[in-house]
Design a protein around this ligand. Structure first.
Ligand code: ADP
Length: 498
């Protein structure tokens, strides 16, 4: 590793619930952090939007704040890495920079019928073979088409080359470089349904299928690349943007899962488990998705991913929708106050079910309610659901690959909850490792920016920084875990039929 005593790396972590700017030193320690909560709007059932101007304003403001408040940050920061909520779609005017519609958030289900139609036309096999994904409204393509078809004049303007598309990485980059750079990275591109993951290039047949003009699309680059510099007027310094990477892939990097077979699971708004597949993609038979884990020096590494739409969002819903508590962390004491779940299960399909069920049409349910059920049972059921959903994914991965993992590295806002971590270990019969760098996603982006800036030689240097903070070992008898999991499976079957 190069001599880097005072070197700082800035991560912009634009997530679903908040925008953060975090300054790391080269040991992965946080030297400064600013965060701004981001609102979601729900204009109709199943629709979820965010204001792109708020995303931009907040991201810029947290960067300015952290650079100003952290001593010598303006001189010691050498590079920026951007990581972002994936799939969320923005379309804007190339000249004015104005978005033509709100950002359509990844959880949005408005294009479920379009996806069903394409599935009924027999298109899913061909789309999956190229993209590694499934025909689900989760991914960007149908969201882009929706904007073009529903915003007056948008399709004509797009066809005339006047509109640009970007996921949040691209939108922020375009704004940070004052419209100089319209680019994305291979991981974000791999979530659009428009890229062939074997070639890591946009695919004309897919563009035709979803009716999206190629001129709207950003250039696809490696995760570590020259993405341009921030305009002087924005941050007071021109900082090079050396890395961009989708949030879940960033967590895989931040958790140093660089060897084939290593798994991380991130518990934020949703829960996303990624297993490193190495250089060869594996097509899932269990309705997981195959995606690009990272692309460095033109070499693509793939991952198998299980995507669950609602994880921490269920706790947020208990807080905001049911006013059950003021802080998400209060759910832990509520769950711990009980000896067991009393047969209460919460299937948190608040925006449909993701992997391995892929049922955008179903909605959540709480089952097993009795006269003795209290809010603590419901809080506990929401936390337990994190582990049951994870077991669904691990079961699918084991079925796909034929090998069981030895350990799971967990991160994200929810791992602050010790009940969740212990229950994960119990239900999965697996060792759960929580890293010392709790902001694994941001660190993933920052550390790759460090590679771009020459601070780190490569992934080996990032791996040497990773440290475990805590282990959770299984304490429950496996029979008991299996019985509890049976109850979950019954609750899910009750929702999806069969
Ligand atoms: P994202 O990156 O998706 O915005 P975070 O990783 O910041 O999400 O995690 C935030 C989510 O975690 C929220 O949905 C919140 O409800 C949940 N959360 C945070 N802390 C706790 C806790 N101690 N117990 C339970 N849930 C928590």
């Amino acid at each position: 590793m190069a001599q880097t005593d005072n070197t700082l790396l800035l991560a912009i972590d634009q997530g679903t619930t908040s925008s953060r700017a975090i300054l790391f030193n080269t040991q992965g320690e946080i030297c400064g952090l600013h965060q701004q909560e981001l609102a979601l709007s729900y204009p109709q059932a199943g629709w979820i939007e965010q204001d792109p101007e708020a995303i931009w304003r907040d991201s810029l403001q947290v960067c300015r704040a952290v650079l100003q408040e952290t001593p010598s940050a303006l001189t010691d920061t050498v590079a920026i890495g951007i990581t972002n909520q994936r799939e969320t779609t923005v379309v804007w005017d190339k000249e004015s920079g104005e978005p033509v519609y709100n950002a359509i958030v990844w959880q949005d289900r408005r294009t479920a019928a379009v996806c069903e139609q394409l599935i009924a036309q027999g298109k899913e096999a061909e789309v999956s073979a190229k993209t590694g994904l499934l025909l689900d409204p989760y991914f960007s393509a149908t969201k882009i088409a929706w904007i073009l078809d529903n915003v007056e004049g948008a399709r004509e303007r797009a066809e005339a080359g006047q509109l640009l598309f970007g996921t949040i990485d691209t939108f922020l980059l375009w704004r940070l470089t004052e419209g100089q750079v319209h680019a994305t990275d291979a991981t974000n591109a791999s979530r659009t349904l428009l890229m062939n993951i074997a070639t890591a290039q946009w695919d004309d047949e897919l563009l035709a299928l979803f009716n999206i003009p190629r001129s709207m699309l950003p250039e696809v680059r490696d995760n570590v690349a020259s993405f341009g510099c921030t305009a002087q007027s924005l941050l007071g310094v021109e900082l090079p943007i050396c890395a961009m990477i989708g949030d879940q892939q960033a967590a895989l990097v931040g958790q140093a899962c660089f060897d084939k077979g290593m798994i991380k699971s991130t518990y934020g708004t949703g829960c996303f488990m990624l297993m490193n597949l190495g250089a060869e993609p594996v097509a899932s038979k269990q309705r997981l998705v195959t995606t690009i884990a990272y692309q460095l020096n033109g070499q693509t590494t793939y991952a198998l991913e299980g995507s669950i739409f609602v994880a921490g969002a269920a706790i947020q819903w208990l807080r905001d929708g049911l006013s059950m508590f003021k802080h998400a962390s209060e759910s832990e004491a509520m769950a711990q106050s009980l000896a067991g779940n009393n047969g209460v299960y919460f299937v948190p399909a608040l925006t449909g079910l993701g992997a391995p069920y892929w049922r955008p049409d179903v909605r959540g349910a709480i089952v097993g309610l009795g006269r003795d059920t209290t809010s603590a049972h419901i809080a506990r059921a929401a936390l337990e659901a994190q582990a049951y959903q994870t077991r669904d994914l691990v079961t699918a991965m084991v079925a796909d690959l034929g090998t069981a993992p030895a350990v799971l590295r967990a991160d994200g806002g929810l791992v602050a909850n010790q009940f969740v971590c212990q229950f994960l270990a119990d239900i999965l019969h697996l060792q759960i490792e929580v890293p010392a760098v709790t902001e694994a996603t941001a660190w993933g982006a920052a550390s790759l920016a460090g590679v771009g800036a020459g601070v780190f030689a490569g992934t080996e240097d990032i791996a040497s920084v990773w440290q475990k903070q805590h282990d959770y070992m299984p304490q429950m008898l496996s029979d008991e875990a299996d019985t509890l999991y049976d109850g979950w499976q019954q609750a899910v079957r009750g929702l999806i039929g069969g």
